[in-house]
Design a protein around this ligand. Structure first.
Ligand code: NAI
Ligand code: 6NA
Length: 502
């Protein structure tokens, strides 16, 4: 198989050259065993192309390249220069914004105009942020001890970092990791999700163009259980960062522990509550929470998939939510993610489609839950699921406890603050949360009492690249974005200086 292929996207009148190889030492190569993976367009269930899948041997080759690049070049590169190369990368991202967004839409099904382009805006913003952060957030401390001794700390990069990213925001999740790790001075081997590898393979070409030396960033598409596991267990990888399911995060953490006790950052699943109190502005709550569960077809780790509503406004909220979702989200208005009117795209794969439909079926047939389909089922070969909400759900419901990762929310009722916070915390996950109230005390009590890494007050899924992101409980370990996104890729070295008289 060739290392490149031409791909056409007629809706945007684009034909471009798609890399299909592994990206090691700033060049594309075939996998050692020539194994390949097919990637499918989820909007049409048709094969787009195939690309090489990295073997264990390829992982070793890439890690060796990253190690050599670290020891010989990158560890000797100033923070200022790292920042300058990230600035170059940011400019190249802007120049390639439309094409990168188009590849994301083709491979993941996320709507081009209402989703993918916004991802590229966020990626540009965070690249600029880390370009500036490289020689600012690299400072340690000077610690005076005595007349004849002082100490200081250094924020030392880990060295070779492995990164594994999911398919819901392919390039954004990769950039959350790559840009921070580079700013901190690490070299990287990153594995995209097997169902959305095309954009990162195209993006890899920008790495060399930006001036990054060979081996600093290596991109290894491949199967999770093969390439991913191999990275997690490689003894010359100093740190691994992962975004994806909690189950896989646990596997990675176990391999990290038993191989070489490498450092770990995990951004895993969520089942985030949005709590609507009796004094909430319901129109605002509806606007934020419909986006919080239907944007990206609900495939967000921070999706507000649990809606907890005070009993006094429950019926009014449901009526507003349903009406707004029908009128503003217009599921089915277009089944072509490249169409400007497409707001809810397909879910990523047949496997996820079946998984989500399984939850919907369970809710209806097993738990006899009442549901409202906000949009009718569509005739399509693609993996389109109508936005659905289940009402009058109890905390013990399977649909209230487990991450569905689709455009499906459950609505629960509560009578007072204590019941609301108890319901909100009654879950294995703790990634994000939202609260809607005009009462500043209640909002701050909630922010104090909720066990979640992110709290949105009178908004939801309102990420900022300068604010730390990460979960409590089964939602993960560590933080990304903001200064945390650089800190996560450094470890503190303490230097003691004895200047006592000889
Ligand atoms: N937190 C988040 O942003 C995301 C959460 N999820 C959750 O994961 C569920 C399943 O989605 P999946 O695509 O199966 O996610 P996943 O966790 O299987 O895949 C995420 C990444 O992990 C890799 N991977 C899979 N198995 C691995 C292993 N044994 N060792 C190392 N790497 C491995 C995959 O190749 C991919 O790159 C979703 O329904 C959702 O609950 C999925 C994607 C993103
Ligand atoms: C670009 C927003 C990403 C939210 C985190 C996630 O769903 O993985």
């Amino acid at each position: 198989m060739s290392l490149f292929t031409d791909i056409s996207i007629p809706q945007l009148n684009i034909t471009y050259k798609q890399p299909l190889g592994l990206y090691i030492n700033n060049e594309f190569v075939a996998s050692s065993d020539h194994k390949q993976i097919e990637t499918v367009n989820p909007a049409t269930n048709t094969v787009i192309t195939s690309f090489y899948a990295a073997s264990d041997a390829d992982v070793n080759t890439a890690v060796t390249a990253a190690r050599q690049a670290y020891e010989q070049v990158w560890s000797k590169t100033s923070a200022e220069h790292r920042g300058r190369l990230l600035h170059n990368l940011g400019q190249l991202i802007v120049e390639n914004k439309e094409l990168l967004a188009a590849i994301e839409t083709l491979d993941s099904g996320k709507p081009y105009y209402t989703n993918a382009l916004a991802d590229l805006d966020q990626i540009s913003q965070l690249t600029t942020y880390y370009a500036g952060a490289a020689d600012k957030y690299n400072k340690g401390q000077m610690i005076p001890i005595s007349h004849e001794k002082y100490a200081y700390t250094v924020r030392s990069p880990y060295g070779v970092v492995a990164q594994i990213v999911p398919w819901n925001y392919p390039l954004a999740m990769a950039s959350w990791k790559i840009q921070g790790a580079l700013a901190a001075g690490n070299t990287i081997v990153i594995k995209p999700a097997e169902n959305t590898s095309l954009s990162l393979l195209y993006f890899a070409q920008l790495i060399e163009k930006a001036g990054f030396p060979p081996g600093v960033v290596n991109v290894l598409p491949g199967l999770g259980a093969v390439t991913g596991s191999s990275l997690a267990s490689h003894t010359d990888v100093d740190k691994i960062a992962f975004t994806g399911s909690t189950a896989v995060g646990q596997k990675i953490m176990a391999l990290a522990a038993t191989s070489n006790l490498k450092a770990v950052t995990l951004e895993c699943g969520g089942k985030s509550p949005a709590v609507i109190f009796d004094d909430a502005n319901l129109d605002e709550a509806v606007k934020w929470t419909t986006a919080g569960i239907f944007y990206n077809s609900g495939q967000n780790c921070t999706a507000n998939s649990r809606l907890l509503v005070h009993e006094s406004v429950y019926d009014e909220f449901l009526e507003k939510f349903t009406k707004y979702a029908q009128e503003e989200w217009k599921f089915g208005s277009s089944l072509d993610p490249f169409d400007e009117s497409c707001t809810v795209g397909p879910v990523i794969s047949k496997a996820q489609y079946d998984r989500i439909q399984g939850y919907i079926e369970h809710g209806k047939s097993q738990e006899k839950l009442s549901s409202k389909e906000i949009g009718s089922p569509v005739e399509s070969e693609g993996f389109f699921i109508p936005p659905t909400i289940f009402i009058d759900v109890t905390a013990e419901s399977k649909l209230a406890q487990e991450e569905i990762f689709g455009p499906v929310a459950v609505v629960l009722k509560f009578k007072d603050y204590d019941e609301a916070i108890a319901l909100a915390n009654n879950n294995a996950y703790g990634l994000a949360s939202a609260v809607f109230t005009e009462d500043i005390r209640k909002a701050n009590f909630f922010a104090r009492d909720i066990r979640a890494g992110t709290v949105w007050i009178n908004s939801s899924n309102d990420e900022e690249i300068s604010v730390p992101f990460g979960g409590f409980k089964m939602s993960g370990i560590g933080r990304e974005l903001g200064e945390s996104g650089l800190e996560a890729y450094t470890q503190t070295k303490a230097v003691h200086v004895n200047i006592s008289k000889l």
